[in-house]
Design a protein around this ligand. Structure first.
Ligand SMILES: O=C(O)CCC(=O)C(=O)O
Length: 314
């Protein structure tokens, strides 16, 4: 327990940090990301890997994606290629319990305050040799809110190195523009680096041993390349926001009324008083006529930053 006293300018920022140091909080404020090693104990990582095997067995019986599992385009039952476990906290007790644990929530509270709501969860899998790339994007472009105290905690299920498709971010981009993620007037959920004036050499890879967590700000520009290595890359995301960040109309946030919204509280107190911050907003509409999945939405890009070999051809 680190009771460092922190005084920041973010309204929701707690005065006393639970686990992060002042330097880590300042680093996050300036750069928009953190990697914390050894936050999730090995027995939980092992239990999640066992769970993944259970889902892979199910995927082998499937021919197309459904509401629970997302398959690579090149998936066949003989050559099974599971790309994403959707909403894993609803399908796996161990992943649900981890979501409510201090392993995940304590650092999040240190960054966005004590009152936190769940946005979504997903377990993105890049299988050895071909696992799909994710084009550059800002999560906030998918789900603009009244303030940007939004973040994603990524639990590294495998050791993540530069060779197996780690998450990459552009440090500091969370304080810049919310970029246009549209192509021909339709939301495509991605941007090209040339179009936004950035260079790949300035991106940082969020690598670390299994059991680490990454945290990235909702507005940071991020993406990841194919996994061409001979080992998997599995990353479990818990995406969340301050309880007083409310979705702006047209956001891809699921809105089923206030009771459902309140049922998504992860910790602290809910509120019906949104906090407004003067930040850029672009509504992710109109939506393409495809399943709500970043992999499908990003197919609307006419050019791509990352190769798709394997994902589309393999
Ligand atoms: O899995 C990854 O590398 C990135 C995933 C991501 O950014 C997303 O699903 O929004």
């Amino acid at each position: 327990m680190d009771d460092t006293v922190v005084t920041g300018s973010v309204p929701n920022e707690p005065k006393t940090a639970e686990v992060l140091t002042r330097d880590q909080i300042t680093f996050y404020a300036e750069n928009g990301y953190l990697v914390l090693e050894g936050r999730v104990p090995p027995d939980i990582i092992k239990a999640i890997r066992d769970e993944i095997r259970r889902f892979e067995d199910v995927a082998r019986t499937m021919t197309e994606s459904d509401e629970k599992l997302d398959l690579e385009d090149s998936h066949t039952p003989d050559e099974s290629r599971l790309r994403r476990i959707k909403l894993p906290h609803t399908q796996s007790k161990v992943m649900r319990d981890l979501m409510y644990s201090d392993h995940v929530l304590a650092p999040a509270r240190d960054l966005i305050g004590p009152n936190i709501r769940l946005h979504t969860t997903k377990l993105n899998m890049k299988k050895a040799g071909y696992g799909a790339a994710v084009e550059w994007h800002q999560d906030y472009a998918f789900y603009p809110h009244t303030n940007d105290d939004l973040l994603a905690v990524g639990v590294l299920i495998d050791d993540m190195g530069e060779e197996n498709g780690p998450l990459m971010v552009f440090p500091g981009s969370h304080t810049g523009p919310v970029h246009d993620h549209h192509v021909d007037g339709v939301f495509a959920g991605a941007v090209l680096l040339e179009a936004v004036g950035l260079n790949l050499k300035d991106a940082v890879q969020l690598t670390g041993p299994a059991g680490s967590i990454s945290i990235h700000h909702g507005r940071i520009l991020h993406g990841s390349a194919l996994n061409r290595s001979d080992r998997p890359r599995r990353l479990l995301f818990y995406e969340m926001m301050a309880a007083d960040a409310f979705p702006i109309m047209g956001s891809m946030t699921k809105w089923d009324g206030i009771a459902d919204y309140d049922s998504r509280m992860l910790c602290g107190e809910s509120t019906i008083e949104p906090r407004l911050r003067d930040i850029p907003v672009r509504i992710p509409q109109p939506q393409p006529n495809v399943a709500i999945s970043i992999y499908e939405i990003q197919k609307g890009m006419q050019a791509r930053a990352f190769e798709t070999i394997g994902a589309d051809e393999g």
